[in-house]
Design a binder for this molecule. Structure first.
Ligand code: NAP
Length: 247
């Protein structure tokens, strides 16, 4: 167990990649805060699964785009567990549209959740990590933040922004033993990609050298490694988990 006694907040952990990350960190012994925004039942199921496997977890509702709700999330976590060691900024949404049809609201919704949400979480936890002189932050980016995609200027900008946030924060906080990294998943089978039509899946799969989509577990295993002491000298990196899509 490589994360024994660690406390981890995973944002958007009721479903998809966040759920897999929560379970993977719990399997390494971490106590988990399963953050959710709307999916209360799913988040409670994740908690039940972790507890059934002998771990410790609680579900806490918070919209990561709201400063007040993020403050409450961190406060409730500290009240329950007394500390935080790991933050995984996983919460994310898409509002895909070609630029000419994209509204300001589409732009704001995606940037507020994907990028400002990560900013609010790191800003709220930073004083705690700096005082503690330790911490691990993982930002869940995307291959789309590296290569762009038609119909995703908002999503792509948010994920590129996370790369800048990751690298700048790594430079700011490294000397205080706070490690900051990002992962950049490719196409992963979750509800987010379930909206793709079969022909879109086929054409995406053809672009992936490994010739298949990834699973949430593929991402979660890498995140668990990056959180562990095995990755103690990896800092400011963006690790692709995309079957070779971007290289
Ligand atoms: P998903 O199945 O749609 O899950 C999205 C998660 O984000 C849900 O748990 C959702 O919680 C949470 N969330 C959304 N808005 C939130 C908010 N304002 N506050 C708190 N939580 C919020 O998507 P996924 O595929 O697992 O994606 C997870 C992350 O991986 C995202 O950042 C996504 O951009 C990234 N990613 C995914 C892929 C892919 O192919 N699937 C590829 C690259 C990167 P609620 O249900 O409670 O709202």
């Amino acid at each position: 167990m490589k994360l024994q006694d660690c406390v981890a907040i995973v944002t958007g952990a009721g479903r998809g990649i966040g759920r897999a990350i929560a379970l993977a960190l719990a399997a390494e012994g971490a106590k988990i805060v399963v953050n959710y925004s709307r999916s209360a039942d799913a988040a409670n199921e994740v908690v039940q699964q972790i507890v059934a496997d002998g771990g410790e977890a609680i579900a806490i509702q918070a919209d990561v785009a709201s400063a007040d709700q993020v403050t409450a999330l961190v406060k409730s976590t500290l009240e329950r567990f007394g500390k935080v060691d790991i933050l995984v900024n996983n919460a994310g949404i898409t509002r895909d549209k070609l630029l000419l049809r994209m509204t300001e609201e589409d732009w704001d919704a995606v940037l507020d959740t994907n990028l400002k949400g990560a900013f609010l979480c790191v800003k709220t936890l930073a004083p705690h990590f700096l005082k503690q002189r330790s911490g691990v932050i993982i930002n869940v980016g995307s291959v789309i933040g590296k290569v762009g995609a038609a119909g995703q200027v908002n999503y792509s900008a948010s994920k590129s922004g996370l790369v800048g946030l990751t690298k700048s924060l790594a430079k700011e906080m490294g000397s205080r033993n706070v490690r900051v990294n990002a992962v950049a998943p490719g196409f992963i089978e979750t509800e987010m990609t379930a909206v793709l039509k079969p022909e879109q899946i086929e054409s995406v799969t053809k672009m992936v050298p490994l010739n298949r989509l990834g699973t949430a577990d593929n991402v979660a295993k890498v995140v668990a490694f990056l959180c562990s002491p095995d990755a103690s000298y990896i800092h400011g990196e963006v690790i692709s988990i995309d079957g070779g899509l971007f290289m």
